[in-house]
Design a protein around this ligand. Sequence first.
Ligand code: ATP
Ligand code: MG
Length: 392
Amino acid sequence: MNDEKILIVRCGEVALKGMNKPYFERILVERIRKNLSKINGAKVSRKEGLIFVRVPLDSDMNQVAAEVSKVFGVSSVSPALEVESDLEAIGSKAVEFMNTMIENEGVKTFKVEAKRADKNFPIKSPEIAAKVGASVLKGCKVLKVDVHEPDCHLFIDLRADRTYIYTRKINGLGGLPLGTNGRGMVLLSGGIDSPVAAWMMAKRGMVIDAVHFHSYPYTSPRAQQKVEELAEIVSSYCGRINMTVINLLPIQEEIVSNCPEDETTILVRRFMMRIAEKIAVKQNALMLITGENLGQVASQTAEALVVTDQSVSMPVMRPLIGMDKVEIMDMARRIGTYEKSIEPYEDCCTVFLPKHPVTKPRLEKILKSESKLDVEKLVEMAVDSAEQVQIG
Ligand code: ATP
Ligand code: MG
Protein backbone atom coordinates (compact mmCIF):
# COMPACT_ATOMS: atom_id res chain seq x y z
CA MET A 1 0.00 0.00 0.00
CA ASN A 2 2.99 2.32 0.20
CA ASP A 3 3.47 2.47 -3.53
CA GLU A 4 0.10 4.20 -3.94
CA LYS A 5 -1.49 7.51 -3.07
CA ILE A 6 -5.01 7.47 -1.79
CA LEU A 7 -7.99 9.80 -2.05
CA ILE A 8 -10.94 9.46 0.33
CA VAL A 9 -14.26 10.26 -1.35
CA ARG A 10 -17.36 11.18 0.65
CA CYS A 11 -20.79 10.79 -0.87
CA GLY A 12 -22.98 13.30 0.98
CA GLU A 13 -26.60 12.97 -0.02
CA VAL A 14 -26.10 9.48 -1.44
CA ALA A 15 -25.49 8.37 2.13
CA LEU A 16 -29.07 9.38 3.01
CA LYS A 17 -30.66 7.09 0.47
CA GLY A 18 -31.51 4.26 2.88
CA MET A 19 -32.30 0.99 1.14
CA ASN A 20 -31.15 2.38 -2.22
CA LYS A 21 -27.74 3.37 -0.92
CA PRO A 22 -25.79 0.46 -2.47
CA TYR A 23 -27.39 1.21 -5.85
CA PHE A 24 -26.46 4.90 -5.68
CA GLU A 25 -22.95 4.09 -4.49
CA ARG A 26 -22.40 1.57 -7.25
CA ILE A 27 -23.36 4.12 -9.89
CA LEU A 28 -21.17 6.72 -8.20
CA VAL A 29 -18.16 4.38 -8.29
CA GLU A 30 -18.75 3.79 -12.01
CA ARG A 31 -18.89 7.54 -12.66
CA ILE A 32 -15.69 8.14 -10.74
CA ARG A 33 -13.98 5.35 -12.70
CA LYS A 34 -15.11 6.97 -15.94
CA ASN A 35 -13.78 10.39 -14.92
CA LEU A 36 -10.45 8.80 -13.98
CA SER A 37 -10.04 6.88 -17.23
CA LYS A 38 -7.21 9.30 -18.22
CA ILE A 39 -5.26 8.56 -15.03
CA ASN A 40 -3.08 5.48 -15.46
CA GLY A 41 -3.48 2.78 -12.83
CA ALA A 42 -6.33 4.46 -10.91
CA LYS A 43 -8.37 2.01 -8.82
CA VAL A 44 -11.71 2.80 -7.21
CA SER A 45 -13.22 0.76 -4.39
CA ARG A 46 -15.99 1.05 -1.82
CA LYS A 47 -15.81 0.20 1.86
CA GLU A 48 -17.69 1.19 5.02
CA GLY A 49 -19.61 4.06 3.45
CA LEU A 50 -16.54 5.63 1.88
CA ILE A 51 -15.11 5.39 -1.61
CA PHE A 52 -11.37 5.10 -2.04
CA VAL A 53 -9.36 6.06 -5.09
CA ARG A 54 -5.86 4.61 -5.27
CA VAL A 55 -3.36 5.93 -7.81
CA PRO A 56 0.35 5.26 -8.45
CA LEU A 57 2.78 7.39 -6.45
CA ASP A 58 3.82 9.53 -9.42
CA SER A 59 0.22 10.65 -10.14
CA ASP A 60 -0.72 14.31 -9.84
CA MET A 61 -3.01 14.22 -6.81
CA ASN A 62 -4.42 17.69 -7.55
CA GLN A 63 -5.58 16.47 -10.94
CA VAL A 64 -7.05 13.31 -9.42
CA ALA A 65 -8.87 15.33 -6.75
CA ALA A 66 -10.17 17.78 -9.37
CA GLU A 67 -11.51 14.98 -11.59
CA VAL A 68 -13.21 13.20 -8.71
CA SER A 69 -14.66 16.29 -7.07
CA LYS A 70 -16.51 17.19 -10.27
CA VAL A 71 -18.44 13.92 -10.26
CA PHE A 72 -22.04 14.63 -9.20
CA GLY A 73 -22.78 12.88 -5.90
CA VAL A 74 -19.35 13.53 -4.39
CA SER A 75 -19.60 15.86 -1.40
CA SER A 76 -15.89 16.11 -0.59
CA VAL A 77 -12.52 14.46 -1.14
CA SER A 78 -9.34 14.27 0.93
CA PRO A 79 -5.87 13.25 -0.23
CA ALA A 80 -4.81 10.90 2.57
CA LEU A 81 -2.16 8.55 3.86
CA GLU A 82 -3.20 5.02 4.72
CA VAL A 83 -1.66 3.12 7.61
CA GLU A 84 -2.46 0.07 9.73
CA SER A 85 -4.59 0.85 12.80
CA ASP A 86 -1.74 0.83 15.26
CA LEU A 87 -0.98 3.92 17.34
CA GLU A 88 2.76 3.84 16.80
CA ALA A 89 2.39 3.44 13.04
CA ILE A 90 -0.23 6.21 12.97
CA GLY A 91 2.11 8.49 14.96
CA SER A 92 5.04 8.05 12.59
CA LYS A 93 2.86 8.49 9.46
CA ALA A 94 1.38 11.62 11.02
CA VAL A 95 4.91 12.99 11.51
CA GLU A 96 5.69 12.20 7.86
CA PHE A 97 2.51 13.99 6.77
CA MET A 98 3.11 17.05 8.92
CA ASN A 99 6.70 17.36 7.70
CA THR A 100 5.39 17.75 4.14
CA MET A 101 2.86 20.33 5.41
CA ILE A 102 5.68 22.32 7.05
CA GLU A 103 7.76 22.14 3.91
CA ASN A 104 5.04 22.82 1.33
CA GLU A 105 2.69 25.13 3.18
CA GLY A 106 4.71 26.66 6.00
CA VAL A 107 2.40 25.22 8.65
CA LYS A 108 3.37 26.28 12.17
CA THR A 109 0.42 25.21 14.33
CA PHE A 110 -1.88 22.22 14.24
CA LYS A 111 -4.70 20.45 15.98
CA VAL A 112 -5.45 16.72 15.86
CA GLU A 113 -9.04 15.59 15.31
CA ALA A 114 -9.46 11.87 15.79
CA LYS A 115 -12.49 9.74 14.96
CA ARG A 116 -12.78 6.10 15.96
CA ALA A 117 -15.15 4.28 13.60
CA ASP A 118 -13.93 0.97 15.06
CA LYS A 119 -15.47 1.00 18.53
CA ASN A 120 -13.52 -2.17 19.40
CA PHE A 121 -10.30 -0.22 19.30
CA PRO A 122 -9.28 -0.06 22.97
CA ILE A 123 -8.51 3.68 23.11
CA LYS A 124 -11.11 6.44 22.77
CA SER A 125 -10.91 9.32 20.28
CA PRO A 126 -9.64 12.11 22.62
CA GLU A 127 -6.84 9.86 23.80
CA ILE A 128 -5.94 8.87 20.23
CA ALA A 129 -5.75 12.58 19.38
CA ALA A 130 -3.54 13.26 22.41
CA LYS A 131 -1.14 10.42 21.59
CA VAL A 132 -0.84 11.32 17.91
CA GLY A 133 -0.40 14.99 18.89
CA ALA A 134 2.45 14.02 21.21
CA SER A 135 4.14 12.02 18.44
CA VAL A 136 3.86 14.95 16.04
CA LEU A 137 5.27 17.43 18.59
CA LYS A 138 8.18 15.09 19.17
CA GLY A 139 8.83 14.43 15.48
CA CYS A 140 8.26 17.96 14.13
CA LYS A 141 10.05 20.31 16.50
CA VAL A 142 8.88 23.53 14.82
CA LEU A 143 5.18 22.75 15.32
CA LYS A 144 2.96 23.95 18.17
CA VAL A 145 -0.55 22.92 19.10
CA ASP A 146 -3.27 25.54 18.69
CA VAL A 147 -6.74 24.21 19.48
CA HIS A 148 -8.52 27.45 18.57
CA GLU A 149 -7.09 28.64 15.25
CA PRO A 150 -4.62 26.08 13.97
CA ASP A 151 -2.93 26.52 10.56
CA CYS A 152 -3.81 22.91 9.91
CA HIS A 153 -6.26 20.30 11.19
CA LEU A 154 -4.76 16.82 11.22
CA PHE A 155 -7.60 14.32 10.85
CA ILE A 156 -7.18 10.74 12.04
CA ASP A 157 -9.95 8.44 10.83
CA LEU A 158 -9.41 5.14 12.60
CA ARG A 159 -11.22 2.14 11.11
CA ALA A 160 -11.16 -1.61 11.74
CA ASP A 161 -7.89 -2.47 10.01
CA ARG A 162 -6.81 0.76 8.38
CA THR A 163 -6.46 4.34 9.50
CA TYR A 164 -6.58 7.35 7.20
CA ILE A 165 -4.64 10.52 7.89
CA TYR A 166 -5.46 13.74 6.07
CA THR A 167 -5.49 17.51 6.46
CA ARG A 168 -7.63 18.80 3.62
CA LYS A 169 -11.28 18.42 2.72
CA ILE A 170 -11.89 19.65 -0.82
CA ASN A 171 -15.56 20.30 -1.52
CA GLY A 172 -17.21 18.37 -4.33
CA LEU A 173 -20.30 19.49 -6.24
CA GLY A 174 -22.79 17.41 -4.24
CA GLY A 175 -25.93 16.33 -6.02
CA LEU A 176 -26.72 12.78 -7.10
CA PRO A 177 -24.88 10.36 -9.38
CA LEU A 178 -25.66 10.73 -13.03
CA GLY A 179 -28.12 8.15 -14.29
CA THR A 180 -30.12 7.91 -11.08
CA ASN A 181 -32.88 10.26 -12.27
CA GLY A 182 -34.01 9.58 -15.81
CA ARG A 183 -33.25 11.43 -19.01
CA GLY A 184 -34.08 15.02 -19.95
CA MET A 185 -34.01 16.99 -23.20
CA VAL A 186 -32.50 20.46 -22.88
CA LEU A 187 -33.24 23.15 -25.43
CA LEU A 188 -29.69 24.36 -25.78
CA SER A 189 -28.98 27.81 -27.23
CA GLY A 190 -25.56 29.43 -27.32
CA GLY A 191 -26.56 31.73 -24.46
CA ILE A 192 -25.61 31.85 -20.79
CA ASP A 193 -28.72 30.28 -19.32
CA SER A 194 -29.50 26.95 -20.98
CA PRO A 195 -26.09 25.31 -20.31
CA VAL A 196 -26.52 26.19 -16.63
CA ALA A 197 -30.06 24.76 -16.65
CA ALA A 198 -28.77 21.50 -18.17
CA TRP A 199 -25.99 21.34 -15.60
CA MET A 200 -28.44 21.82 -12.72
CA MET A 201 -30.65 18.94 -13.84
CA ALA A 202 -27.62 16.71 -14.45
CA LYS A 203 -26.48 17.54 -10.94
CA ARG A 204 -29.66 15.89 -9.66
CA GLY A 205 -28.79 12.70 -11.52
CA MET A 206 -30.50 13.32 -14.86
CA VAL A 207 -28.85 12.17 -18.10
CA ILE A 208 -28.93 15.00 -20.64
CA ASP A 209 -29.80 15.04 -24.34
CA ALA A 210 -29.94 18.33 -26.23
CA VAL A 211 -31.70 19.95 -29.13
CA HIS A 212 -30.34 23.04 -30.82
CA PHE A 213 -32.14 25.19 -33.39
CA HIS A 214 -30.42 27.35 -35.97
CA SER A 215 -31.62 29.49 -38.86
CA TYR A 216 -28.95 28.82 -41.44
CA PRO A 217 -27.99 30.82 -43.53
CA TYR A 218 -29.12 33.67 -41.24
CA THR A 219 -27.10 32.04 -38.48
CA SER A 220 -23.58 30.87 -39.31
CA PRO A 221 -22.00 27.40 -39.02
CA ARG A 222 -19.61 29.03 -36.53
CA ALA A 223 -22.60 29.79 -34.24
CA GLN A 224 -23.48 26.10 -34.25
CA GLN A 225 -19.88 25.17 -33.55
CA LYS A 226 -19.96 27.45 -30.52
CA VAL A 227 -23.00 25.57 -29.20
CA GLU A 228 -21.19 22.27 -29.71
CA GLU A 229 -18.21 23.64 -27.78
CA LEU A 230 -20.56 24.75 -25.00
CA ALA A 231 -22.16 21.30 -24.90
CA GLU A 232 -18.68 19.82 -24.71
CA ILE A 233 -18.02 21.78 -21.50
CA VAL A 234 -21.33 20.64 -20.02
CA SER A 235 -20.54 17.05 -21.04
CA SER A 236 -17.35 17.10 -18.97
CA TYR A 237 -19.76 16.90 -16.01
CA CYS A 238 -22.65 14.97 -17.43
CA GLY A 239 -21.08 12.56 -19.90
CA ARG A 240 -21.98 12.06 -23.54
CA ILE A 241 -24.73 14.33 -24.90
CA ASN A 242 -26.74 13.31 -27.95
CA MET A 243 -27.42 16.63 -29.62
CA THR A 244 -30.08 17.03 -32.30
CA VAL A 245 -29.60 20.01 -34.58
CA ILE A 246 -32.51 21.47 -36.50
CA ASN A 247 -32.93 24.27 -39.01
CA LEU A 248 -35.88 26.33 -37.83
CA LEU A 249 -35.83 28.75 -40.75
CA PRO A 250 -38.67 27.15 -42.79
CA ILE A 251 -40.96 27.43 -39.76
CA GLN A 252 -39.86 30.97 -38.95
CA GLU A 253 -40.58 32.02 -42.54
CA GLU A 254 -44.05 30.47 -42.41
CA ILE A 255 -44.79 32.31 -39.18
CA VAL A 256 -43.48 35.63 -40.47
CA SER A 257 -45.57 35.36 -43.66
CA ASN A 258 -48.82 34.22 -42.04
CA CYS A 259 -49.05 35.48 -38.46
CA PRO A 260 -49.06 38.83 -36.61
CA GLU A 261 -45.56 40.21 -36.23
CA ASP A 262 -45.81 40.82 -32.46
CA GLU A 263 -46.54 37.10 -31.89
CA THR A 264 -43.47 35.82 -33.76
CA THR A 265 -41.41 35.06 -30.67
CA ILE A 266 -44.08 33.16 -28.77
CA LEU A 267 -45.11 31.24 -31.90
CA VAL A 268 -41.51 30.25 -32.60
CA ARG A 269 -41.07 29.16 -29.00
CA ARG A 270 -44.15 26.94 -29.16
CA PHE A 271 -42.72 25.27 -32.26
CA MET A 272 -39.38 24.72 -30.54
CA MET A 273 -41.19 23.02 -27.68
CA ARG A 274 -43.24 20.77 -29.92
CA ILE A 275 -40.19 19.67 -31.92
CA ALA A 276 -38.16 19.10 -28.76
CA GLU A 277 -41.00 17.03 -27.29
CA LYS A 278 -41.17 14.82 -30.40
CA ILE A 279 -37.43 14.14 -30.22
CA ALA A 280 -37.58 13.65 -26.46
CA VAL A 281 -40.25 10.95 -26.83
CA LYS A 282 -38.11 9.16 -29.46
CA GLN A 283 -35.09 9.20 -27.13
CA ASN A 284 -36.99 8.23 -23.98
CA ALA A 285 -36.45 11.59 -22.33
CA LEU A 286 -39.03 12.34 -19.64
CA MET A 287 -38.88 16.12 -19.49
CA LEU A 288 -37.95 19.21 -21.44
CA ILE A 289 -35.45 21.61 -19.86
CA THR A 290 -35.00 25.27 -20.73
CA GLY A 291 -32.91 28.14 -19.40
CA GLU A 292 -35.98 30.34 -19.06
CA ASN A 293 -36.37 32.53 -16.06
CA LEU A 294 -39.33 34.46 -14.74
CA GLY A 295 -39.45 37.94 -16.21
CA GLN A 296 -35.99 38.06 -17.76
CA VAL A 297 -37.20 38.98 -21.26
CA ALA A 298 -40.54 39.55 -23.03
CA SER A 299 -40.90 35.86 -23.89
CA GLN A 300 -40.48 34.90 -20.24
CA THR A 301 -43.36 36.69 -18.53
CA ALA A 302 -45.60 34.39 -16.50
CA GLU A 303 -48.26 34.60 -19.23
CA ALA A 304 -45.76 33.78 -22.00
CA LEU A 305 -44.37 30.80 -20.08
CA VAL A 306 -47.88 29.41 -19.60
CA VAL A 307 -48.75 29.80 -23.28
CA THR A 308 -45.40 28.23 -24.20
CA ASP A 309 -46.13 25.22 -21.98
CA GLN A 310 -49.57 24.77 -23.52
CA SER A 311 -47.95 23.66 -26.78
CA VAL A 312 -46.75 20.37 -25.25
CA SER A 313 -47.91 17.77 -22.77
CA MET A 314 -44.45 16.85 -21.50
CA PRO A 315 -43.41 18.66 -18.28
CA VAL A 316 -41.08 21.61 -18.88
CA MET A 317 -38.38 22.07 -16.25
CA ARG A 318 -36.96 25.53 -15.73
CA PRO A 319 -34.38 25.13 -13.00
CA LEU A 320 -33.33 28.81 -13.23
CA ILE A 321 -36.86 30.13 -12.80
CA GLY A 322 -36.27 32.10 -9.60
CA MET A 323 -32.66 33.12 -10.08
CA ASP A 324 -31.35 36.59 -10.86
CA LYS A 325 -29.21 37.05 -13.95
CA VAL A 326 -26.12 37.80 -11.83
CA GLU A 327 -26.60 34.56 -9.92
CA ILE A 328 -26.90 32.64 -13.19
CA MET A 329 -23.78 34.36 -14.53
CA ASP A 330 -21.85 33.45 -11.38
CA MET A 331 -22.89 29.86 -11.76
CA ALA A 332 -21.92 29.81 -15.43
CA ARG A 333 -18.46 31.07 -14.41
CA ARG A 334 -18.09 28.34 -11.82
CA ILE A 335 -19.16 25.64 -14.26
CA GLY A 336 -16.84 27.08 -16.91
CA THR A 337 -19.40 27.87 -19.62
CA TYR A 338 -19.54 31.66 -19.20
CA GLU A 339 -16.60 32.65 -21.42
CA LYS A 340 -17.86 30.48 -24.24
CA SER A 341 -21.47 31.70 -23.85
CA ILE A 342 -20.54 35.37 -24.22
CA GLU A 343 -18.74 34.85 -27.54
CA PRO A 344 -20.77 37.01 -29.90
CA TYR A 345 -22.57 34.74 -32.36
CA GLU A 346 -26.11 35.12 -33.60
CA ASP A 347 -28.98 32.90 -32.31
CA CYS A 348 -32.02 31.83 -34.29
CA CYS A 349 -34.24 33.65 -31.76
CA THR A 350 -32.76 36.99 -32.80
CA VAL A 351 -33.61 36.39 -36.48
CA PHE A 352 -37.04 37.95 -37.23
CA LEU A 353 -37.19 39.52 -33.78
CA PRO A 354 -40.43 41.56 -33.55
CA LYS A 355 -40.12 45.25 -32.62
CA HIS A 356 -42.80 45.02 -29.93
CA PRO A 357 -43.36 41.41 -28.91
CA VAL A 358 -46.57 40.59 -27.00
CA THR A 359 -45.69 40.28 -23.34
CA LYS A 360 -49.06 38.90 -22.20
CA PRO A 361 -50.08 36.48 -24.95
CA ARG A 362 -53.54 34.91 -24.76
CA LEU A 363 -53.86 31.28 -25.76
CA GLU A 364 -57.04 31.73 -27.85
CA LYS A 365 -55.39 34.42 -29.93
CA ILE A 366 -52.23 32.37 -30.40
CA LEU A 367 -54.26 29.31 -31.42
CA LYS A 368 -56.09 31.44 -33.96
CA SER A 369 -52.80 32.53 -35.50
CA GLU A 370 -51.54 28.96 -35.53
CA SER A 371 -54.68 27.82 -37.35
CA LYS A 372 -53.21 29.56 -40.40
CA LEU A 373 -50.29 27.12 -40.34
CA ASP A 374 -50.06 23.39 -40.88
CA VAL A 375 -48.50 22.91 -37.47
CA GLU A 376 -48.25 19.14 -37.53
CA LYS A 377 -46.65 18.99 -40.95
CA LEU A 378 -44.14 21.73 -40.12
CA VAL A 379 -43.12 19.93 -36.93
CA GLU A 380 -42.81 16.64 -38.76
CA MET A 381 -40.65 18.18 -41.48
CA ALA A 382 -38.37 19.75 -38.90
CA VAL A 383 -37.98 16.46 -37.02
CA ASP A 384 -37.28 14.61 -40.28
CA SER A 385 -34.54 17.05 -41.24
CA ALA A 386 -32.74 16.69 -37.90
CA GLU A 387 -29.00 16.05 -37.75
CA GLN A 388 -27.39 14.18 -34.88
CA VAL A 389 -24.15 15.24 -33.22
CA GLN A 390 -22.43 13.24 -30.45
CA ILE A 391 -20.84 15.45 -27.84
CA GLY A 392 -18.24 14.15 -25.40
P1 ATP B 1 -30.15 31.44 -23.05
O1 ATP B 1 -29.14 32.27 -22.38
O2 ATP B 1 -30.20 30.05 -22.56
O3 ATP B 1 -30.06 31.55 -24.56
P2 ATP B 1 -32.05 33.56 -22.97
O4 ATP B 1 -32.14 34.29 -21.70
O5 ATP B 1 -31.24 34.14 -24.06
O6 ATP B 1 -31.56 32.07 -22.66
P3 ATP B 1 -34.20 33.06 -24.83
O7 ATP B 1 -33.32 33.37 -25.97
O8 ATP B 1 -35.57 33.63 -24.76
O9 ATP B 1 -33.56 33.39 -23.41
O10 ATP B 1 -34.35 31.50 -24.72
C1 ATP B 1 -35.02 30.91 -23.67
C2 ATP B 1 -34.70 29.42 -23.70
O11 ATP B 1 -35.13 28.84 -24.92
C3 ATP B 1 -33.23 29.12 -23.64
O12 ATP B 1 -32.74 29.10 -22.32
C4 ATP B 1 -33.17 27.78 -24.29
O13 ATP B 1 -33.54 26.76 -23.38
C5 ATP B 1 -34.22 27.89 -25.37
N1 ATP B 1 -33.60 28.34 -26.64
C6 ATP B 1 -33.43 29.60 -27.10
N2 ATP B 1 -32.81 29.60 -28.28
C7 ATP B 1 -32.57 28.32 -28.60
C8 ATP B 1 -31.94 27.65 -29.70
N3 ATP B 1 -31.43 28.33 -30.71
N4 ATP B 1 -31.87 26.31 -29.68
C9 ATP B 1 -32.38 25.60 -28.62
N5 ATP B 1 -32.98 26.18 -27.58
C10 ATP B 1 -33.07 27.52 -27.55
MG1 MG C 1 -30.78 33.08 -25.87
